[in-house]
Design a binder for this molecule. Sequence first.
Ligand SMILES: *Cc1c(COP(=O)(O)O)cnc(C)c1O
Length: 214
Amino acid sequence: MYQHILSDLQPYDAQLVAVSKTRSHDQIIALYQQGQRIFGENRVVELVEKHQSLPQDIEWHMIGHLQSKKVKSIVSLVSLIHSVDSLKLYQTIEKEAKKADRTVEILLQLKIAKEESKYGLNKDQLKEIIRHHRSQKLKHTSIKGLMGMASFVDDPMQVKSEFTRLKDTFDECKIEFFKDDPSFHILSMGMSGDYRIALTCGSNMVRIGSLLFG
Ligand SMILES: *Cc1c(COP(=O)(O)O)cnc(C)c1O
């Protein structure tokens, strides 16, 4: 399945985040031995433990909702945080990264699903964070792009329209804020059930768990 997914991604030059939440060390090592280096977790405790026990050249991505009070414990371990969903969380990451003397790469999460339970910013809140980042010349966070999760529905047209909205917002931000800044380039969208749709809508980073680990 791993090679199959990689060959789906290849024409789009998209990166795979192997979502390893709840998976055992052995399962992760098996994928690592096939060459996978980027793994995604959605819980802080699990990420910290796996970071400690597994090979040090793994790049850990935080993909799930993150509480501000837990930022401190992962700020030196993660290579990308996908799930920045409030100004407060953004400011906490900037503050803790400064204390740790590093720059943390982040994505801003746009709420695109209709479902109430999904976290994420609306477009105004998202732009407010980018404006804050720029006007304050904050140096300990680097905004690399956007992330979003579509509704869990069987209707591909709905999923497609949600992903398209995310891609449109990405393009709008690129033009408005990052025209001359190549670092804003990641569009993280697509999971096991909808990654093919996401790729046709412009995704260049997919987060896949169940399809990969079975
Ligand atoms: C669990 C999870 C995924 C992967 O979901 P699968 O359907 O197992 O591929 C992707 N993104 C986030 C934010 C997740 O929490």
